[in-house]
Ligand binder design. Structure first.
Ligand SMILES: [Zn+2]
Length: 238
């Protein structure tokens, strides 16, 4: 199985990093595709410098997760909306041939995340159409899509992955994103957050998801249009 995570900024994969680690540990493949290098994700570090730092951080985190990384060359906070970006992702999907795509729910907070999520989901379908001719042949079947993030309208997760045995790896991978140990919601030059505080928050969140699903630590996803659940209720008849 090939899991492809499509995100906007290095560290976005953190919502699914326990799941990625769990499957790569079982010899499945994972690729992390980031639309940007996160060059505006800091209060002070200049953009060029920050992009280089975050590219390296992402590489280190991916290595810990057993995943490969690919960057698309868009600018942080300016991920394009619209058809051209979707077309670009059609070729990413066709080339990487994922069985599962994890991306942002198209209604989450932040335009970069929304644009990536919507374009990725649409690209997964368009990539399967043989009459859409691009550099690569069509990829079928359409991958299973799982969404991350907190949508601005209430949507409950319907898929939980037990990451109890991979919580340590999840924390270790996030530790690599050192430039992102910052608080965004305060007006303070010293906005660095102690990693222990961040890890406590990550554990708390994974524990909450674990309690919802009857395990110690979990990650939660929203499956594509509740497709799996719908098929349980209405099995296809041929
Ligand atoms: Zn992000």
């Amino acid at each position: 199985m090939h899991i492809v995570f499509i995100g906007a900024h290095p560290d976005d994969e953190t919502s699914a990093s326990g799941t990625i680690a769990k499957y790569t540990a079982q010899d499945h493949r994972a690729t992390i595709v980031m639309a940007t290098r996160g060059g505006r994700g800091h209060w002070k570090i200049p953009s060029d410098e920050l992009e280089a730092i975050r590219e390296e951080e992402m590489g280190n985190a991916a290595e810990i997760l057993g995943a490969k990384v690919r960057f698309l060359d868009h600018r942080d906070a300016d991920v394009p909306g619209g058809d051209a970006f979707r077309e670009e992702l059609v070729d990413v999907v066709r080339e990487l041939k994922p069985d599962v795509v994890i991306t942002f729910h198209p209604q989450v907070w932040r335009d970069d995340h929304r644009r990536v999520g919507l374009a990725a989901a649409d690209a997964c379908f368009k990539a399967c159409l043989p009459l859409v001719e691009t550099r690569f042949p069509a990829h079928r079947p359409v991958p299973d899509i799982y969404f991350i993030g907190r949508p601005m309208v209430p949507v409950e997760p319907d898929t939980y992955i037990d990451i109890t045995d991979h919580m340590k790896v999840k924390l270790e991978a996030f530790r690599q994103h050192r430039s992102q140990w910052v608080k965004w919601d305060i007006d303070d030059d010293d906005s660095t957050m102690p990693i222990e505080e961040i890890e406590a928050m990550m554990r708390h969140r994974a524990r909450q998801r674990g309690m919802e699903s009857g395990v110690t630590y979990a990650e939660a996803f929203i499956s594509q249009y509740l497709r799996k659940r719908a098929l349980d209720f209405f099995p296809l008849k041929r």
